[in-house]
Design a protein around this ligand. Structure first.
Ligand SMILES: Nc1ncnc2c1ncn2[C@@H]1O[C@H](COP(=O)(O)OP(=O)(O)OP(=O)(O)O)[C@@H](O)[C@H]1O
Ligand SMILES: [Mg+2]
Length: 246
């Protein structure tokens, strides 16, 4: 019988500091204690915040051993080597427990070198004649093949993205079964949110465009009138189909 494919959840927003990493780590902890199969957290943010939240200071050892998404993508896209993705993954990284069971979470870590790698990959592939759209699709296809090779081990993959829409973020969006855009319901945090959602929904090349990005309110202040007014106005404005609760 064919192994069931993992569901891929990508967390993304143009705006920084809105709760993307917190959402990815909380979701992974929740899914990793509630479901049978493991959860894979893929960190494509060069700040490596999700990696650090999960493994703490062990990140140095993990980066030293080359078990990073950055090493994998460099080998695959700059050197054409494609090492087994399973070997880039550190397993059972979370200290979260529920009902005496540890959250079953695995991680190909990020590192600050990812920023350099992303530029080098972009330069290398465009110099070889690839378009920007083509680069994003190549990265997406590379990751998709590797995630496919792990079918059966993981029930969910959650992907933490850097603020903005870098080629790695676009590739991640293209893999998603669900795209979540966390946002703080205040005026400044939501400036540009609509155009960002439209961009990732239709302006990216078709193979990497998100079908239905969902908005998740974070850091809403229960006693702040502004927060709840903004949230209510947003819910009213958006069609129910494109919003995901508060
Ligand atoms: N629901 C929440 N309630 C209160 N504080 C929160 C919540 N979610 C996140 N935070 C805090 O907000 C700050 C930013 O969160 P986080 O790092 O998850 O944002 P981010 O969108 O990933 O940021 P970046 O764009 O830099 O990657 C952190 O200090 C985090 O602890
Ligand atoms: Mg983050």
């Amino acid at each position: 019988m064919k192994a069931k494919r993992a569901r891929i959840i990508v967390v993304v927003n143009m705006k920084g500091g809105v709760g993307k990493t917190s959402t990815v780590v909380s979701l992974a902890d929740a899914l990793g204690t509630a479901t049978e199969r493991a959860v894979l957290v893929v960190d494509v943010n060069t700040q490596a915040s999700a990696s650090y939240c999960l493994v703490g200071d062990r990140i140095r050892e993990i980066i030293g051993a080359g078990r990073t998404i950055d090493t994998f993508l460099r080998l695959a896209l700059l050197e054409g080597k494609v090492p087994p993705f399973g070997k880039q993954i550190t397993r059972m990284v979370s200290s979260t427990k529920a009902r005496n069971r540890a959250a079953n979470i695995a991680l190909p870590a990020s590192s600050t070198d990812l920023r350099v790698s992303e530029r080098e990959i972009l330069r290398h592939l465009t110099n070889a004649g690839e378009t920007l759209d083509g680069v994003e699709v190549r990265i997406k296809n590379t990751l998709q093949r590797q995630l496919g090779s792990l079918d059966g081990e993981f029930g969910y993959v959650t992907i933490d993205c850097a603020p903005g829409i870098s080629p790695f973020t676009a590739a991640a969006i293209g893999l998603a079964d669900l795209v979540i855009a966390p946002t703080i319901p205040d005026f400044l945090s939501n400036l540009g949110l609509e155009s960002f959602l439209a961009t990732i929904g239709s302006n990216l090349p078709q193979p990497v465009a998100a079908s239905k990005p969902r908005v998740l309110f974070t850091r809403s202040q229960a006693r702040g009138h502004r927060s709840s007014e903004t949230a209510l106005a947003m819910v009213e404005k958006a069609s129910n189909e494109t919003m995901l609760g508060s």
